[in-house]
Design a protein around this ligand. Structure first.
Ligand code: ADP
Ligand code: ADP
Length: 224
C-alpha cells in the first residue's frame, strides 16, 4: 500500500527563476523508513513541505495518505490527522508548558480535555519526559525539546512523520538518542517515517535512502 505517490512534481519560486523541484518521482509504502539526502538547495525541504501540504506544487501529481494534494481543500484537517511534523522551523510555543505544546495538534480533533491530557502524557512518558511536563520549553535542553517535538508529532496517530534534520542542532550522543526514539516509535506505531538529513551516518540508518539533486530524485537505494 502506497502512502506517498509523487509523479513529475514541479515547484518553482521567484516567478519560475528558481526551480526547487524539477520533476520529482517518488513512491513510499506504508510503514517505510526513508531518508532523503542531497546538497543544500537541492529541494529536500521543498519536497518535505509538499508532502506535508505546507505549500502547493505547480504541476505534477502528489497523493498522500490517499488524498490528492493538487485538488484537496481542508488541508488543516489533512495535516493534523495524517502528518506529524518534526521540523526545526516548527518550534515549540515558549509560553505554553511541555504538555500543552504536545496537546496542540489535538485541538483539531474531537478529543476532550481529559483525553488530550491522557494521550499527551502517554507520549511524554514514551519519550522519557514525564518529569518535565509542566516546564516551559525554554528550560529544556535541545535534545529534550526535540523529544517534545516528537511526542507532539505522534499525538494524533499520524500515518506519516516528516522529520527535517531531526538531529541537526544536537551533539552526536543526543542525536543518537533521538534517532533511536524515532526508529522505535516508527516500528511500534507502524508509522511511515520520511527524514531529511545531511549527515550520512543518520541517513544510512533508514531502510531506504533517496538522494535528491537539482530538484530531482537521483538515486533510490534499499539499505536493509
Ligand atoms: P534544501 O532543503 O535541499 O536545502 P530547499 O528545498 O530549501 O533545498 O530549496 C531548493 C531551492 O529553492 C533553493 O534554491 C532555495 O533557495 C529555493 N527556495 C526554497 N524555498 C524558497 C522560497 N520560499 N522562496 C524562494 N526560494 C526558495
Ligand atoms: P534546509 O536547512 O533544510 O536546507 P533552508 O535553509 O534551505 O533549510 O530553508 C529553510 C526554509 O526557508 C524553507 O522552508 C524554505 O521554504 C525557506 N527558504 C529557503 N530558501 C529560501 C529563499 N531563497 N527565499 C526564501 N525562502 C527560502
Amino acid at each position: 500500500e502506497n502512502v506517498i505517490e509523487i509523479k513529475n512534481l514541479k515547484k518553482s519560486y521567484d516567478n519560475g527563476n528558481i526551480k526547487a523541484l524539477n520533476g520529482i518521482d517518488l513512491t513510499v509504502k506504508k510503514g517505510e523508513f526513508i531518508s532523503i539526502m542531497g546538497p543544500s538547495g537541492s529541494g529536500k525541504s521543498t519536497l518535505l513541505n509538499m508532502i506535508g501540504a505546507l505549500d502547493t506544487a505547480d504541476e505534477g501529481m502528489i497523493k498522500v495518505a490517499g488524498i490528492d494534494l493538487m485538488k484537496a481543500k481542508k488541508l488543516n484537517l489533512f495535516r493534523s490527522q495524517e502528518i506529524g511534523f518534526v521540523f526545526q522551523m516548527h518550534n515549540l510555543i515558549p509560553n505554553l508548558s511541555v504538555i500543552e505544546n504536545v496537546e496542540i495538534p489535538m485541538y483539531e480533533t474531537k478529543a476532550n480535555s481529559s483525553e488530550m491530557r491522557e494521550r499527551a502524557l502517554e507520549l511524554l512518558k514514551s519519550v522519557n519526559l514525564e518529569k518535565k511536563i509542566d516546564q516551559k520549553p525554554t528550560k529544556l535542553s535541545g535534545g529534550e525539546r526535540q523529544r517534545v517535538a516528537i511526542a507532539r508529532a505522534l499525538v494524533n496517530h499520524p500515518s506519516i512523520i516528516l522529520a527535517d534534520e531531526p538531529t541537526g542542532s544536537l551533539d552526536s550522543k543526543t542525536g543518537e538518542v533521538i534517532l533511536d526514539l524515532l526508529k522505535e516509535l516508527h516500528t511500534k506505531e507502524n508509522v511511515t517515517l520520511v527524514m531529511v538529513t545531511h549527515e550520512p551516518y543518520v541517513g544510512n540508518m533508514a531502510e531506504r535512502l533517496v538522494t535528491v539533486l537539482d530538484g530531482k530524485c537521483k538515486t533510490d537505494e534499499k539499505l536493509r
